[in-house]
Design a protein around this ligand. Structure first.
Ligand code: SDX
Length: 435
């Protein structure tokens, strides 16, 4: 939401039919201050009116300058830079700096940032031991959620959340260590032994190295795979007030440390309606034997048997610009690792859905999760890792929102209200008298 077609004197007039009273609410950025609704009462001792918006579908919860989305036009910009440019021209650490500090970094700033990240990229022994005791069937997102909260125990300066310098330290550690935790989960599940960090490599190359390295083998990470992973991390880096960013802001508003807040954000991302959709897309494609089965599968989505995972979006009512970029990335990766027939099925599914009235009338288009899993699968990863990769990329977005919120002195603890639909006051009933 960004609208400057208001001036300070704009107001919304409302008449309460219960009392005939007229109210004038100030308009700013096409919003009205919800707390002003409290002036609307029938009796003077009433609490006053509230707005009802269970999924916050039409509610602005903050002001932010980090990320801009125009859902109707399919536009996504990080601090004003279009996603198409950031993904094709930037590196992930460059975009981390941009999201955190608002400008593309100067060469010296990027060198310093890279050095801080490298110095913080060590594999905490306690956290490696934590992974060693996880049930191998535990979802790697659950491992990450647990390890993020436990990571806070590695440092003794994590609670000074109102201090900008302390926040910067936590931000560096979380950007540096989230891929290490992700690699620990991957290696534990696959019995590959402890993580070996190599900060001589780029951020994304080291991430792939920490997962894929094998004792006694010096496998080079293919440049096309490093570029694809780096671009995917950028494409997933931020997306304004999505479910997990909202979780980050709500949990962090209690002034808890960012490791626990990030664990909560990762838990929100885990869900199949959010970041878990990339895993669900591949599981969906695995149910479709061939392109010939696409029409029948689409019918099952239209009759409500299932959802077409990787399609639809609360904000985009046009093509998710990230889906376009990822679709092009997929072609580059498959040129290296060999064609995957699932890509043909995905493209056939996309074409059929876009041309189908059920999807077009509901403005359902491919979102960021539709093609991303195909790339991770082509890199050799199992589908349960896909949301973990989403979390590694999105960590910087959660942290940028956290930093922006904690720097704002007007920030208060999030505590919504409710419409109470339960019993009226009633007397206690002893156990012997209960029916
Ligand atoms: C992400 O918010 C973000 O920015 C998230 C994200 C980010 O970067 O952080 O972009 C990442 O989470 C992308 C979304 C990944 N999720 C999926 O791909 C799961 C499948 N998509 C849907 O479940 C759904 O589209 C949501 C959850 C994404 C959005 O849901 P809404 O906005 O609550 O819409 P809705 O469920 O009210 O659906 C509206 C209509 C319904 O039909 P009718 O009741 O009008 O008949 O559209 C239908 C829905 O049944 N519909 C779908 C559908 N998505 C919506 N029908 C079939 N397949 C789908 N995927």
């Amino acid at each position: 939401m960004s609208s400057d077609n208001n001036n300070n004197s704009d107001t919304l007039s409302a008449i309460d039919s219960r009392t005939g009273k007229e109210y004038s609410l100030p308009i700013a950025h096409d919003t009205i201050p919800a707390t002003k609704l409290r002036e609307i009462k029938v009796n003077d001792d009433d609490f006053g009116m509230l707005s009802y918006d269970p999924a916050l579908k039409n509610t602005v919860t903050c002001k932010s300058s980090i990320c801009f989305i125009d859902g109707e036009k399919g536009i996504l910009e990080y601090r004003g830079y279009p996603i198409e440019d950031t993904a094709s021209k930037g590196t992930y650490l460059e975009i981390c700096w941009l999201l955190l500090y608002g400008e593309l970094p100067l060469a010296a700033e990027l060198d310093m940032f890279q050095a801080e990240i490298s110095a913080a990229t060590y594999a905490p022994e306690d956290i490696q031991k934590l992974h060693d005791v996880f049930n191998k069937n535990l979802h790697p997102m659950a491992m990450l959620e647990s390890a993020l909260a436990a990571l806070g125990g590695e440092f003794d300066d994590i609670d000074d959340v109102l201090n900008a310098e302390s926040r910067h330290q936590q931000i560096i550690r979380l950007i540096a260590l989230t891929p290490v935790l992700a690699a620990m989960g991957y290696r534990h599940r696959n019995d590959l032994g402890p993580v070996e960090v190599n900060t001589e490599l780029s951020y994304s190359s080291n991430f792939l190295h920490m997962m894929l390295s094998r004792k006694g083998r010096e496998d080079e990470i293919h440049p096309a795979l490093e570029k694809a992973m780096d671009a995917l991390l950028i494409l997933h880096a931020d997306h304004e007030q999505n479910c997990s960013a909202n979780a980050m802001r709500a949990v962090a508003s209690s002034q808890v440390n960012p490791y626990s807040s990030a664990a909560a954000a990762a838990s929100a991302l885990h869900g199949p309606l959010h970041g878990g959709a990339n895993q669900a897309v591949l599981e969906m494609l695995n149910q479709i034997e061939s392109v010939d089965d696409v029409p029948a599968f689409l019918e099952s989505c239209k009759n409500g048997e299932r959802r077409l995972m990787g399609f639809g979006h609360r904000v985009y009512k046009n093509y998710d610009p990230r889906a376009k970029v990822i679709g092009e990335l997929a072609a580059n990766v498959f040129d290296v690792v060999g064609h995957n027939p699932k890509l043909d099925i995905a493209r056939a599914l996309e074409k059929a859905a876009i041309e189908d009235e059920y999807f077009s009338s509901r403005k359902l288009f491919p979102n960021v999760d539709f093609y991303s899993g195909l790339i991770y699968s082509a890199m050799g990863f199992d589908s349960r890792m896909f949301t973990v990769f989403f979390a590694v990329g999105r960590m910087v977005g959660w942290l940028a929102h956290w930093d922006e919120m904690m720097a704002d002195s007007s920030t208060k603890i999030v505590r919504p209200r409710q419409i109470y639909t339960g019993y009226g006051r009633r007397d206690w009933v002893d156990s012997a008298d209960r029916k």
